[in-house]
Design a protein around this ligand. Structure first.
Ligand code: CP
Length: 310
């Protein structure tokens, strides 16, 4: 595996092997000293052109637990503020000879471009509304820990599907593992042609919830909206918010997920987000470190001349 740009580049076997590797790094995370020498003496660059809490912090922890040196650059406060281009920024950071570059960008396709400009392995940490592959990998890993194999499991993804890179990556990843995926959104927030991905698109949330094993809620991504997509947050909550009443009525056994950040009281109520047994939102964050350690291990094997991965 040369880069992690899109889940479409991975097959079921590869996803399974990354999850196996994540198991071993999850064990490291349970030790007193949560560090292994896998990337000792190596360098990883993290370049974030967009805000992040979970992805940036868990990649940082993953890099440090693998014993690599981390160069962390945020667009704000860097020479990007002075007009430096992405290409020049990558050329500059590549001069440190990093084994991997982790990039988040508001532009779809940015990670793909970076992969053409550097010898480092490139990790797409979110590119516009295109993909967020490490999020999908940690989501399926979290689900497999909870439910076992995902073949035939009914995973319903609900909310602003139109602007969601998490939705696209999860649809591809869940389907690769044999899950049945349904998406639910208001008409204005449903991508045209989404059915071509093999998912069932629905607009009525109460009907859509029926039979769900898992409900994955999505945030309204206002930063990617160029107009009025919903009448109001209040109206949106009324029709598409995951309230305790709606969950109890329509999907009484379903597990609740959310990639974060959450807008509590809009797409999900606090009393649902914080349900002790059924909400696995905090577990998703926890699993992110082991999964991202696994991704960085796999992606740097070629540079480290480690056998055992294509
Ligand atoms: N899920 C996710 O990508 O969260 P952050 O934006 O906080 O990284």
């Amino acid at each position: 595996m040369r880069h992690l740009l899109s889940i479409a580049d991975l097959d079921r076997d590869e996803i399974g092997r990354i999850m196996e590797l994540a198991d071993s790094f999850a064990e490291v995370g349970r030790r007193d000293i949560k560090k292994v020498p896998t990337l000792r003496g190596r360098t990883v660059v993290s370049l974030f052109y967009e805000s992040s809490t979970r992805t940036s912090s868990s990649f940082e922890l993953a890099v440090k637990r693998l014993s690599a040196d981390l160069v962390s650059v945020k667009a704000a406060g860097s020479s990007v503020d002075k007009g430096e281009s992405l290409r020049d920024t990558i050329a500059t950071l590549s001069a440190y000879e990093p084994e991997a570059i982790i990039i988040r960008s508001p532009h779809a396709g940015a990670a793909q471009l970076v992969a053409q400009w550097t010898d480092a392995a490139v990790v797409n940490a979110g590119d516009g509304k295109h993909e967020h592959p490490s999020q999908a990998l940690l989501d399926v890993y979290t689900l497999r820990e909870r439910l076992g194999e995902l073949d035939g499991k009914k995973i319903w993804i609900v909310g602003d599907v139109l602007h969601s890179r998490v939705a696209r990556s999860n649809i591809l990843c869940l389907q690769a593992l044999g899950a049945k995926v349904r998406v639910c959104a208001p008409p204005a927030l449903m991508p045209t042609g989404i059915a071509a991905l093999g998912v069932e698109p629905l607009h009525d949330f109460d009907a859509a919830l029926d039979g769900a094993d898992v409900v994955m809620m999505l945030r309204l991504q206002n930063e990617r909206m160029d107009g009025q997509f919903i009448p109001s947050a209040r109206e949106y909550r009324h029709l598409y918010g995951l309230t305790p009443e709606r969950l109890a009525r329509a999907a009484p056994e379903a597990i609740v997920m959310h990639p974060g950040p959450m807008n509590r009281g809009v797409e999900i109520d606090s009393s649902v987000a914080d349900l002790p047994d059924r909400s696995i939102i905090t577990t998703q964050v926890e699993m992110g470190v082991a999964m991202r350690m696994a991704c960085l291990d796999v992606l740097t094997r070629r540079a480290r001349r480690v056998e055992g991965w294509g």
